[in-house]
Design a protein around this ligand. Structure first.
Ligand code: C2E
Ligand code: CA
Ligand code: CA
Length: 533
């Protein structure tokens, strides 16, 4: 018991937590069950209509069949009630499932029956009138014997005087239709000549429901059916499995649609759509030569405006794109956009470069090298103007590392420059730098930020710069925000600066204007123009 309690609590808690998600499904079930109840109500009424008329036709057909047989028999036997005649009558009764007795009449008197032979039983005058009045010379009557047993008589007239009749116990006759009614739990009543011969509701009160009446046009019998709650229940339960199946299918459709909507709202989905529909934007951040006070290049940085979450940092969505295998598409999009920029700004192309961030995953794929080969074929003039920035933010297996090194070499052979990005952070830096010759080193902004707070950082920066000089790599300091940082970096021998001090990442057309501004600022005693966005 003690062990059950925590489990019980867990179950209750799980149900409680998931209940809001279950509400729509509960709603679907409730709706389907309710609609099914309404459909059931109308369907049962239709069913009663068809069952009622079908039963009337069935009973009529049965009487007609008996009448046909009686007609044949009446023509076969003579009029003197001979032994052969009685035998013929008896064998007809013997072969019939329902008839108990057959009699021949003449001039209003039954003179010969299968059971008693010669008789002199007078027919009721009402019966004779009804035979005469009938359209097809056939009629049905109901008589009650002294022992109150009811009997149905079928009369078939040959002419005005002669005819044949048969006697049937009502129960068996009515059993032709009652099992089907009982199965549907109908309350019903069957009357012959206005006398009830079968009823299953007389004792019980008729439920407040509707009653349906059916009568034969040929013979004097009627059927009334009353729909009780039991009948509705019975039919409802008969279809319940199908109703539940429909509710389950609808719930499944709902869950799938909901899942799809959620997926649509997810960042992954939105990012893939944004990439496909080129909703991401290219920004360029200037890189400046401190001494010549000229723009030397810019770094391509992507921006994405998420439809719900607003502007998202590439630091969030670039790793996601890498995970989704979509980084290649972003890179190719950047290539396309910078190509357009370079084509539109030949002045920029002549003097400056553009750097593009490349994921290390892409370097392990030879597909990227093939892409650059094709790019070179198409835009040979751009190649020397493109710097590819690489961050060592993933660990590679030795096999991947050798592929990466071979690819980097191939890329350099094509004429592209390669920079090591975020130099000095994490595992970034020394490994790859030792293994191949990079063209540029980008010192990470954490070092620049701590320049004036941390006195130990200067020697570190110094040795990084020394290493770069030894390996003949250009140095770019990133994240420069203040004049004092520029001064200190200049003293350390850094030539190239990228940072908010000069400009934040800006739109390509703004960069073209910034380029023009720096070109026009010829007075070297004045500070380098800053872009205020
Ligand atoms: P990163 O390559 O190190 O880019 C420099 C980041 O520093 C940029 O952030 C830039 O806006 C920011 N920054 C530049 N100057 C300053 C400054 O003075 N102060 C401060 N606080 N920040 C400064 P951003 O644009 O948010 O990009 C973040 C990172 O996302 C990038 O770091 C890069 O790793 C990645 N990324 C951006 N665009 C791309 C792309 O097109 N492809 C790939 N693979 N990665 C990209
Ligand atoms: Ca970068
Ligand atoms: Ca960087």
């Amino acid at each position: 018991m003690k062990q059950n309690n925590p489990n019980m609590k867990k179950v209750v808690r799980t149900v409680y937590l998931h209940f809001p998600h279950l509400i729509p499904i509960v709603g679907i079930f409730a709706c389907v069950l309710f609609i099914a109840a309404i459909v059931n109500y109308y369907m049962l009424r239709e069913q009663v209509m068809s069952d009622g008329s079908a039963s009337i036709s069935q009973l009529e057909r049965y009487i007609d069949t008996i009448a046909d047989n009686l007609q044949v028999l009446e023509l076969k036997v003579g009029e003197d009630c001979s032994a052969q005649d009685r035998l013929d009558l008896k064998s007809e009764v013997f072969n019939s499932e329902l008839m108990k007795e057959v009699g021949l009449y003449n001039n209003g008197v039954v003179y010969c029956t299968s059971n008693e032979g010669q008789t002199k039983i007078r027919l009721f005058s009402s019966t004779l009138q009804r035979i005469q009045a009938s359209e097809n010379n056939i009629t049905v009557t109901l008589r009650e014997s002294k022992s109150r047993l009811q009997t149905i008589f079928i009369y078939v007239a040959r002419d005005q005087r002669h005819g044949i009749n048969a006697l049937l116990p009502p129960q068996q006759f009515l059993d032709l239709v009652s099992p089907a009614f009982d199965k549907r739990m109908y309350r019903y009543q069957i009357k012959v000549m206005d006398q009830v011969i079968q009823s299953n509701f007389a004792e019980t009160k008729i439920d407040r429901g509707e009653s349906y009446h059916f009568s034969s046009n040929l013979y004097p019998f009627t059927i009334s059916i009353f729909l009780s709650l039991d009948a509705y229940k019975q039919q409802y339960l008969a279809y319940l499995d199908k109703v539940i199946l429909i509710a389950l299918v609808l719930s499944l459709i709902y869950v799938l649609l909901r899942y799809q909507t959620l997926a649509r709202l997810s960042i992954e989905y939105a990012l893939l759509t944004a990439i496909k529909e080129e909703q991401i934007e290219l920004y360029l951040q200037p890189i400046v030569d401190i001494r010549s006070r000229k723009l030397v290049g810019s770094e391509a940085l992507v921006r994405w405006n998420h439809p719900v979450q607003g502007k998202m940092s590439p630091e969030q969505f670039i790793p996601l794109a890498e995970k989704l295998g979509a980084i290649d598409k972003i890179t190719k999009y950047i290539f396309k956009e910078i190509t357009r920029f370079l084509e539109n700004n030949p002045a920029y192309l002549n003097e400056n470069y553009i750097s593009i961030n490349i994921s290390l995953h892409q370097i392990v794929e030879t597909e990227f090298v093939r892409y650059l080969e094709r790019y070179k074929e198409q835009y040979p003039d751009h190649v020397s103007r493109i710097l590819l920035e690489l961050t060592e933010n993933v660990e590679l297996t030795s096999e991947q590392l050798s592929i990466a090194l071979a690819n980097l070499k191939a890329i350099q052979d094509l004429g592209f420059d390669i920079a090591i990005d975020d130099f000095g952070t994490g595992y970034s830096g020394l490994n790859l730098v030792r293994m191949m010759k990079f063209n540029v080193v980008k010192i990470d902004q954490v070092f620049i930020k701590s320049l004036h707070t941390d006195s130990n950082i200067k020697p570190v920066l110094k040795s990084m710069i020394q290493l770069a000089n030894d390996l003949e790599m250009k140095v770019i300091a990133e994240g420069v925000e203040t004049e004092s940082q520029i001064e200190q970096l200049q003293l350390l021998g850094v030539k190239y600066i990228q940072g908010f001090y000069y400009a934040k990442p800006i739109k390509p057309e703004e960069l073209a204007t910034f380029h023009q501004m720096t070109n026009e600022a010829l007075d070297l005693s004045q500070p380098i123009p800053r872009w205020k966005s």
